[in-house]
Write a new protein. Structure first.
Length: 94
């Protein structure tokens, strides 16, 4: 993991949400010093905080770990049922 890249992403996402380090720290139950360390790349959030942190920042855990926004996944085409063979025609009685 690239601590600097992850930290910069956390900082950018936090600012985009209009949150201070103090507000983010209170939402997660950590100190504002911890948030500062994450954003400076000195340390990373504990694994138990990844899901709540992603939720507060409006990003995915994958994006947090990558340190960047991910392109949206292409939507899978709807699965169409396979065409059914026509039923054999009933023979007329002679």
């Amino acid at each position: 993991m690239e601590n600097q890249k992850i930290g910069a992403f956390i900082c950018e996402a936090r600012k985009a949400k209009g949150l201070t380090q103090k507000q983010l720290s209170e939402a997660l139950g950590v100190t504002d010093k911890a948030v500062s360390k994450w954003e400076r790349g000195v340390s990373c959030p504990d694994i138990s905080l990844l899901t709540p942190l992603a939720g507060v920042l409006g990003v995915t855990v994958t994006e947090l770990l990558a340190g960047e926004a991910q392109p949206p996944a292409p939507e899978a085409e709807a699965v169409k049922p396979a065409p059914q063979p026509a039923a054999p025609a009933a023979k007329a009685e002679e």
